[in-house]
Unconditional design. Structure first.
Length: 216
C-alpha cells in the first residue's frame, strides 16, 4: 500500500513557507488556529469570484496582516477601494469582537496579482470541478486544462479524477499527465490542490499537480 503525503506539507520549511505565521503560547494557540480558519472561510465566501489563490496570515501582539493573492485583484479592491474597505471592516468585526480597546489589533490587508492564473493548481482544479458539475465532457475539460497549463510555461502537470466520472455505474479513477511531475523531490516547486465536484451522480474528486521547475 502506497504511503501518501500532501505535496505542499511535505516541502514546508524547505521549499515552501507556512500560510499562517505567528507564535502563540499553549493557551492561545487553539484560539488563533480557529481564528485563522474562520478568517479564511470569511474571505472565500466574500471573494468567491475573485480567483483567490492563497491567503497568508501574519499575527503580532498589536496587528494582523493578511496578504491576498488573486487572479482578479480588481474584484478584491472594488471601485475606489470600496470592496476592500468592506472586507477590512468584516475582518475587524470578526477579530476584535468582545475585546477591550487596548487589546484590539490593527488590520492590514495587502492584495497581490497572480499574473499567470493557469499555473495555479487551485484555479485549475476549481475550473475543472465547475465544468464537471455543469455536465461538461470530462476528457475535453482535462485536455483543455493540460493545454493551458503547458502553454503557460509549466514543466509538467498531473490531473486525477475519482468517482462516478461521466455518470458511470461504477466509480473509477482516471489519471492524466503531461511532462514530468517529480513528487518525491523536495526541491521541486510543485503546486497541488484538490477540489470536489458535485455532479448528478455524486461527488467526483479532482486533484491537480503542477510542476514549475526546481527551486534554486
Amino acid at each position: 500500500m502506497g504511503q501518501k503525503v500532501h505535496p505542499i506539507s511535505f516541502r514546508l520549511g524547505n521549499t515552501f513557507s507556512w500560510k499562517s505565521r505567528w507564535y502563540a503560547d499553549q493557551r492561545s494557540y487553539s484560539r488563533n488556529v480557529l481564528g485563522d480558519y474562520r478568517l479564511r472561510q470569511l474571505l472565500h465566501n466574500k471573494l468567491g469570484n475573485a480567483g483567490l489563490v492563497t491567503i497568508d496570515i501574519e499575527r503580532s501582539l498589536t496587528s494582523l496582516s493578511v496578504v491576498l493573492v488573486a487572479s482578479r485583484p480588481g474584484v478584491v479592491i472594488g471601485k475606489g477601494g470600496e470592496n476592500l474597505k468592506l472586507i477590512s471592516q468584516a475582518i475587524e468585526k470578526l477579530v476584535n469582537t468582545g475585546k477591550v480597546k487596548q487589546h484590539r489589533v490593527k488590520i492590514d490587508i495587502k492584495v497581490e496579482e497572480m499574473k499567470t492564473p493557469d499555473l495555479s493548481a487551485k484555479l485549475v482544479a476549481e475550473r475543472i470541478a465547475d465544468q464537471l458539475s455543469k455536465r461538461y465532457p470530462h476528457r475535453r475539460a482535462v485536455r483543455q486544462a493540460l493545454d493551458r497549463v503547458t502553454q503557460a510555461g509549466a514543466e509538467g502537470i498531473k490531473i486525477v479524477l475519482s468517482g462516478r466520472i461521466g455518470g458511470s455505474e461504477i466509480g473509477r479513477t482516471e489519471k492524466y499527465t503531461r511532462g514530468k511531475v517529480p513528487t518525491q523531490t523536495l526541491r521541486a516547486n510543485l503546486d497541488y490542490f484538490q477540489s470536489p465536484s458535485l455532479t448528478r451522480s455524486g461527488y467526483v474528486g479532482v486533484k491537480v499537480w503542477i510542476y514549475k521547475g526546481e527551486v534554486q
